[in-house]
Each structure stands twice: as C-alpha cells, then as structure tokens.
Design a protein around this ligand. Structure first.
Ligand code: ZN
Length: 393
C-alpha cells in the first residue's frame, strides 16, 4: 500500500479502515470498519480486545465530489474479560445516536450565516427542513454587554408583532440584539435587565427622531447623549422636495406629468452629481414654476447643511438655511426647518460625534433579504437567532 492513512487524511475519519465504496443512484455509500485495538472497559478500567458483537451505524456526511455521501460504520461492541461489562467503541467524529457527522452540522450552521431559507439549506445538505431547523436550534446568543455607543432602530419583521427593534454597536459593527416588539414597556423591561452600573457605560445613543425612543433613552440611560441619525433626517428633506413636486404636477397635462414623475430623481439628486444633460433637463423642469425653483434651492441648502464636516460648519449652514426658509416661505420646508429646530441639539451632535445609523441600516437591508428568501420567519426566537447568527463576524 502506497499511502495507508487516507481514511484520516483524505476522509477525515480517524481510526477507521475503508472496506468499500459504492455509488447507488447518485449516493456514495462508504463502508468503514474500525481497527481492532484493546479498549479500556468503562466499568473496571481494564483493557479488553474481546469482541461481543457488531452494529452498523449509518450516518450522513458532507458531499464527496458533489454527491451526497452516507457512511456505514461497523462498530464493535467489546466484552470485558474481567467484569463482563459490554460497551461500544467511541469515534472522535461521531456521537452516539447521531445521524450526521460533526462536519455536516458545521456546514449547516455555516450555511445559516447567509440569507438562505431553511428549505434551501436543507436541500444543499441533503436533509429535511425539520432536521436543518433542529441543527440550527442548537444555536443560542446570550444577552449582550452594553457598548459605549448604542444604536437603536425599528424594522418591520412581522415575527410575532409587526415591528421589532434592532440594537447594534455601530463603532465595532456588531448586531447586539433583536427585541420582539417596539412597545415602550417591552423596551424598558429589556433594558431593566441591566444594572444601572452597566447602563451608565452607554455614553451615546444613536436613533431616529422618535419621541418614543427618546423618552425611553432619557429614563434608562442617565449618562447617554442622544444623537439623531443623519440619514433619517435626510429623508425628510427628500420628502419635502417630493411634496412640492407632486403638488405642482397636478397642474400639468398628463404627458408632462408623466415626464415629471419619471424624472423626479433629477430633482432629488445632489446638483453636483448631475451631468450636463441632466442639468439641462433640470433647468427645463424648474422653469415651470417659482415654487419648484425655490423648493429646489431649499433642498440644496438643506443637503449642504447635512453634509457639513464639523459642528461649526453645520451651525453656520443651518443659519443660512433658516434665512432662506424665511425668505421663500414654503410650508413644506418651513415645517422641515421647525422639525430640525425641535431636534437641533441631537442633530448637531451627529456632526460633533460623527456617529450615524449607517451600519444599522445595512443590517436592516440584510434582514429584508432574509425575510424575502424565507417568506417571513414567524417564530421570534429563531428569527432573532438567525439575524444574530448571520451578522456574527
Ligand atoms: Zn470491565
């Protein structure tokens, strides 16, 4: 024999000898036996080499050459000469009563790190969805430690309740936990599990302009400073512009209305990102109405404010925005400005701290893909574990 260690080195099945391989209907059947060795009796600790009987255990293994493979291992039952006790030999890659090798389970758990549905993972590993789920259900993620910078956001998960909360550490790019609901009492109860000492460690809380979250934060985290997420504020600027456009469109003939609607992104995009042709189109669009023109200038001033590099710049640009909001007097932008003023301290903190919910938004998008692939995940605990497993580094 040229190479006698192939069962361990090639197949990874330590302590076995290959008897035969059969391929039947695209399944590789691998027949193995163990080497006869003296084993220590589990009862009296004396060695024995006496065989009592054999039992064939069939287990699923990972694919070989793209084919499903099943191992048939002839296991020995030893008989102790001394105390008469019988016992089965142990194999490093195989647990008692197990029907899949450890590496099948490792493979399944790895597949669960992606947004695949259980049905798909089961098919990839030649298992039933029930078994794939059972393997995944061994995974559990404990309640996390609170970070210095904590981001809280809601998303439509439809697992149990319509909305769930996501907690992340945006600095270290970690999903910390998923909460089953977004009701205030539930969130308060969740944070109530942490001692005040632990909660005092949280210095910044990044979130949307939500009165509800703000009240929770103020009561649960005495040391935390609220930072409003910039991306969330930006959305309100887009909406203000869109409102003015939609309102204006109503006065147009149907074809013009269609053209306007189709080209709406030109008005929303940053002026500096437009090419010459797009600027020409924008000029034509804006020539239709003074209101539209004013709205466009306000939108640009708003985005300029949102893009400020530091606190001083942001303050200065906000003052300019205030000026032209007053001069142009468009209700859509007046209310946008009033909202900024209401949340001013928290919004300006986004510029001084540099924290955003960008990471959390990215997670929410991954969750969306997971939901789409799985047609929803109804069991909340499994949903939580799937998200935490998927986002775990
Ligand atoms: Zn014994």
């Amino acid at each position: 024999m040229l190479y006698d260690n192939y069962t361990e080195d090639l197949l990874g099945l330590k302590g076995t000898e290959l008897i035969k391989i059969e391929e039947v209907q695209n399944i590789k059947h691998i027949y193995l036996e163990t080497k006869l060795e003296a084993k220590v009796c589990l009862h009296c600790y004396l060695p024995t080499k006496r065989v009592h009987s054999y039992r064939v255990q069939s287990i699923n293994d990972t694919e070989i050459g793209g084919l499903r493979s099943v191992l048939h291992i002839k296991k020995r039952r030893y008989l102790c000469n001394c105390c008469g006790h019988t016992f089965y030999e142990k194999l490093s890659f195989l647990k008692k009563y197990q029907r899949h090798t450890q590496r099948v389970m490792a493979k399944v758990l790895n597949d669960y790190r992606y947004e695949h549905s259980t049905k798909r993972i089961a098919a990839m590993n030649h298992l039933t969805p029930g078994i794939a789920t059972r393997i995944f259900d061994r995974v559990s993620y404990p309640r996390p430690k609170l970070p210095k910078v904590l981001s809280i956001d809601e998303f439509k998960g439809n697992a149990g309740r319509k909305f769930q909360c996501i907690l992340t550490d945006p600095v270290n790019h970690k999903v910390l936990d998923i909460l089953p609901a977004k009701r205030s009492e539930d969130i308060r109860a969740y944070f109530g599990n942490y001692s005040m000492k632990e909660r005092r460690k949280v210095k910044y809380l990044i979130m949307d302009m939500s009165q509800q979250f703000r009240d929770i934060v103020l009561s649960c985290f005495p040391e935390a400073q609220i930072v409003t997420d910039k991306f969330h504020v930006c959305r309100y600027g887009v909406w203000a512009m869109e409102k003015v456009r939609k309102d204006f469109q109503k006065s147009l003939k149907p074809e013009d209305r269609k053209w306007f609607k189709r080209s709406r992104w030109i008005m929303i995009s940053h002026a500096r990102k437009l090419n010459e042709e797009e600027i020409n189109q924008l000029t034509i669009m804006l020539s239709y109405s003074d209101r539209l023109r004013n709205a466009y200038c306000l939108k640009e001033a708003f985005f300029k404010f949102m893009e400020s590099d530091n606190l001083e710049e942001a303050k200065e640009r906000l003052r300019y925005l205030q000026l032209i909001v007053h001069v142009t007097n468009l209700p859509e932008f007046t209310s946008l400005y009033e909202m900024i003023k209401r949340w001013e301290t928290y919004i300006l903190r986004a510029f001084s701290s540099g924290y955003t919910n960008g990471y959390t938004e990215g997670c929410n998008n991954k969750i969306k893909v997971l939901k789409r692939n799985c047609y929803g995940v109804r069991n909340f605990n499994r949903f939580r574990n799937r998200i935490l497993h998927m986002m775990a580094a």
